[in-house]
Write a protein that binds this ligand. Structure first.
Ligand code: PDD
Length: 288
């Protein structure tokens, strides 16, 4: 990471500083996005910027920049590194107040930070053997649809998964699957691809929406509907997806094999469609 953008300026990461009275630091009062970059171009950029707008609106903040201004920042950061595949991280906090006050301050400029780092090639073990996950109770707040920087609930769950030698926690609330600690899950049941419907209980992933779009485009049976814990535990296939992980097959759940215990045929099909879509980014994706 050679340089970052902070409040209108580009600077080396080591020089980027935020005052301790920043509400992001004191309260986790802000929102963020993670945008993959493939072949030098941001992937599904308009969908990420639309979700940023929704997150900002939900926490009663204005978007500090127009889409073309965001794009110019991304283009400069992408261009300043030699890697063609990267991850862009952006966050907007409510800004720096004079005192620590729970109430939203008036007339304060938001703090805008953008960074980009290299996205390494996928570990071949993931497609070869799949990953392990555990099922945990979703004890987070009730506005998981907002991409808030306050992620302590997610972090505790992810760490609990790690402690159980698993790469992700699949979360269940009131007996229904919501999402992963930083991914959206899909199951395959009798050939049908299923994922929970959008609600305030989960983040509507840009990758999730693309997987559904690709499945529908290929006429594969799929639906957005509630998934019970029992359905999760008896699924033929289980996958997780996100902007940083793409589409990963989960082959062990709570120490037991999922289906045959190997990446399943539906996952292979969707992963092929996904990789093909990425490769056609020049014509499909948004250029900056
Ligand atoms: N996380 N659900 C949660 C709670 C997430 O944090 C994420 C992404 C997703 C998947 O969303 P998308 O497909 O738009 O990346 C679902 C990012 C990558 C992160 O926090 O690093």
């Amino acid at each position: 990471m050679s340089e970052v953008y902070l409040n209108g300026e580009f600077m080396p990461l080591a020089e980027a500083r935020v005052p301790v009275m920043d509400r992001g630091f004191l309260f986790g009062d802000g929102v963020y996005e993670v945008i993959p970059v493939y072949g030098g171009y941001p992937f599904r950029l308009s969908q990420h910027l639309e979700r940023l707008d929704r997150s900002l609106q939900s926490v009663r903040m204005e978007n500090p920049l127009q889409p073309d201004a965001w794009e110019r920042i991304f283009a400069r950061l992408i261009g300043s590194a030699s890697d063609l595949d990267q991850l862009i991280y952006l966050q907007v906090t409510r800004g720096v107040d004079r005192t620590r006050n729970h109430l939203f301050p008036q007339g304060v400029e938001p703090t805008v930070l953008v960074m980009a780092w290299a996205l390494g090639p996928r570990d071949p073990a993931i497609s070869g053997t799949g990953v392990a996950a555990v099922v945990l109770e979703d004890n987070r707040w009730h506005r998981c649809d907002i991409k808030a920087i306050a992620l302590l609930g997610n972090l505790l769950l992810r760490q609990e998964a790690e402690d159980a030698a698993a790469t992700e926690a699949i979360l269940v609330r009131d007996g229904l699957v919501t999402e992963g600690s930083s991914t959206n899950p899909f199951i395959v049941q009798g050939g049908e691809i299923l994922t929970p419907p959008p609600s305030t209980r989960l983040l509507r992933g840009v990758t999730r929406d693309l997987v559904l779009e690709l499945a529908r485009g290929a006429d594969l049976p799929c639906a957005e509907r509630h998934i019970t814990r029992d359905e999760l535990e008896t699924a033929d296939e289980l996958w997780i997806c996100s902007s940083s992980r793409e589409l990963q097959p989960v082959t062990r759940l709570d120490g037991k094999p999922v289906g045959e215990g190997v990446p399943g045929p539906r996952w292979r099909q969707l992963d092929d469609l996904f990789q093909d879509y990425k490769a056609r980014l020049d014509s499909w994706g948004k250029r900056v």
